[in-house]
Design a protein around this ligand. Structure first.
Ligand SMILES: *[C@@H]1O[C@H](CO)[C@@H](O)[C@H](O)[C@H]1NC(C)=O
Ligand SMILES: *[C@@H]1O[C@H](CO)[C@@H](O)[C@H](O)[C@H]1NC(C)=O
Ligand SMILES: *[C@@H]1O[C@H](CO)[C@@H](O)[C@H](O)[C@H]1NC(C)=O
Ligand SMILES: *[C@@H]1O[C@H](CO)[C@@H](O)[C@H](O)[C@H]1NC(C)=O
Ligand SMILES: *[C@@H]1O[C@H](CO)[C@@H](O)[C@H](O)[C@H]1NC(C)=O
Ligand SMILES: *[C@@H]1O[C@H](CO)[C@@H](O)[C@H](O)[C@H]1NC(C)=O
Length: 399
């Protein structure tokens, strides 16, 4: 056992020496051969190889984060954090990398897979290009992966699907494109940020399998309905943000089952139909934004009576009535709708044209037929507040 360990040390040791000799910038920091630097332990020696390989492909480092990435004491490198190895607490190992806001230009080499004890990898707000290396599949302890706000591109980095410890995945603000693999939603993640990429699908039927508390898909072009499986996320989902993602169809009628939700933002999409009354069951809801869609009908009283609702934005839709309670919320925006006696609404002509086309939720292919309530184009007048009057609008269908 001891002998084996010494052999490994010797091999790693030799490779470190080889690396030192082959890397001009590094060897320049040390006296020439035969000087031999000390090697703290085999794990740190492998980390040394990985970090030197990384430094080698960094083209620009304006804040000089990697300026002190020389010599074998990797735990002293800026942005490198060491801790006792979980499976052998007697040895120190690299547990975290944090180069956030470095504005570094470069790429992520395969050698980073040598950092097998890594729990945190944070490189947000740099200019790394390429993608996440396949070798990341060796990072069995990786818990938080934040590569947001870089220039990563290509297909979804599917290597993340093979990381058994991953809880926090943030790849937002990159240039990824294509489909998001459905398997992503079967992972035991706690937070998922894939917004501001060019994904063209991200709402598969198994979406609701995800146990995340926060999910942000905003600013992609997924062009799909909100899957009905979303109600399976009732006990875990806290924030759901799918703004400007090409959402179509109607909101699932039982979406109100998401009673842990505090932030619900589906603004700037192509949603149609009415706001489900069940949203009034989202007792934790604080922020609700459905602005910039084609929603219609009356705002359900149950929503504006929600005990924790701070801000309800529903401007730029075709709502035709709102209960008084909505106007008493700490913050609300009802402009650019079809609500009688309210300022800054759409013209009667525009509202009449819109309401002359009935909306059939089932025609969007989102739900089985049985789930689709028949959406009458013009809801019955409500005693809560006067509705848009079809009688005064030319061409308006008489109920
Ligand atoms: C970068 O950091 C290294 C090590 O701390 C230092 O020697 C070097 O002068 C720094 N370079 C610049 C341009 O600040
Ligand atoms: C690394 O950090 C330790 C603790 O701060 C210090 O004692 C040691 O001299 C440093 N090594 C180098 C090469 O800077
Ligand atoms: C980041 O680097 C780019 C060039 O690579 C430069 O134009 C930009 O000003 C830098 N930003 C910061 C915050 O350093
Ligand atoms: C300890 O963990 C590392 C990294 O996860 C692994 O490569 C190594 O085989 C493990 N060692 C033991 C003795 O389990
Ligand atoms: C990707 O999306 C950005 C906006 O987020 C857009 O400017 C760019 O043209 C898109 N690229 C491709 C290849 O679709
Ligand atoms: C309410 O939410 C909207 C949309 O997110 C936002 O623009 C507005 O600033 C918020 N109002 C307040 C008072 O927070």
């Amino acid at each position: 056992m001891m002998k084996k360990r010494v052999d490994i040390l010797a091999i790693v040791f030799l490779s470190v020496v080889a690396q030192l000799l082959s890397t001009a910038s590094v060897s320049a920091q040390f006296p020439p051969f035969p000087f031999v630097p000390p090697i703290p332990n085999p794990r740190l020696a492998r980390a040394y190889i990985a970090l030197q390989a990384w430094k080698h492909v960094i083209v620009s480092d304006p804040r000089n984060f990697t300026g002190n990435w020389c010599g074998p004491e990797v735990c002293n490198y800026t942005g490198v954090f060491c801790a006792p190895a979980p499976n052998d607490t007697r040895v120190l190992t690299v547990a975290g990398i944090d180069l956030n806001h470095g504005n570094i230009t470069g790429e992520l080499p395969e050698d980073l897979g040598l950092l097998t004890d890594l729990a945190l990898f944070h490189i947000n707000s740099n200019s790394f290009c390429g993608t996440i290396p396949q070798s990341f599949r060796d990072l069995h302890l990786l818990f938080e992966l934040d590569v947001s706000n870089n220039l990563l591109s290509g297909k979804f980095p599917s290597v993340v699907l093979d990381l058994p410890s991953l809880k926090y995945l943030d790849i937002r603000f990159n240039q990824y494109e294509g489909d998001v693999p459905p398997k992503l939603f079967d992972l035991k993640l706690d937070a998922l940020f894939i917004n501001n990429n060019n994904f063209t699908s991200a709402l598969p039927p198994n979406f609701g399998n995800s146990p995340v508390s926060v999910i942000v898909i905003a600013n992609n072009a997924v062009n799909a309905c909100l899957p009905t499986s979303i109600t399976k996320m009732a006990s875990t989902l806290n924030q759901l943000i799918i703004m400007n993602a090409g959402l179509t169809g109607c909101l699932p009628p039982d979406i109100g089952a998401l009673n842990q939700l505090t932030v619900f933002d589906v603004s700037s999409n192509n949603l149609v139909g009415q706001l489900p009354k069940s949203i009034g069951n989202m007792k934790s809801l604080q922020q609700l934004n459905v602005a910039h869609n084609k929603l219609s009908g009356e705002i359900p009283e149950s929503i504006c009576s929600l005990p924790n609702l701070q801000n309800f934005t529903y401007s730029d839709n075709y709502f035709c009535g709102e209960p008084e309670s909505c106007l008493k919320l700490p913050s609300e925006d009802d402009t650019k709708n079809c609500i009688p006696d309210r300022p800054l609404q759409r013209s009667q002509e525009e509202c009449a044209t819109f309401y002359s086309h009935p909306i059939d939720c089932s025609s969007y292919g989102c739900w089985p037929k049985s789930l689709s309530p028949s959406m009458s184009p013009m809801p019955q007048p409500s005693p809560v507040r006067a509705t848009f009057s079809p009688a005064t609008a030319p061409g308006y269908p008489h109920p």
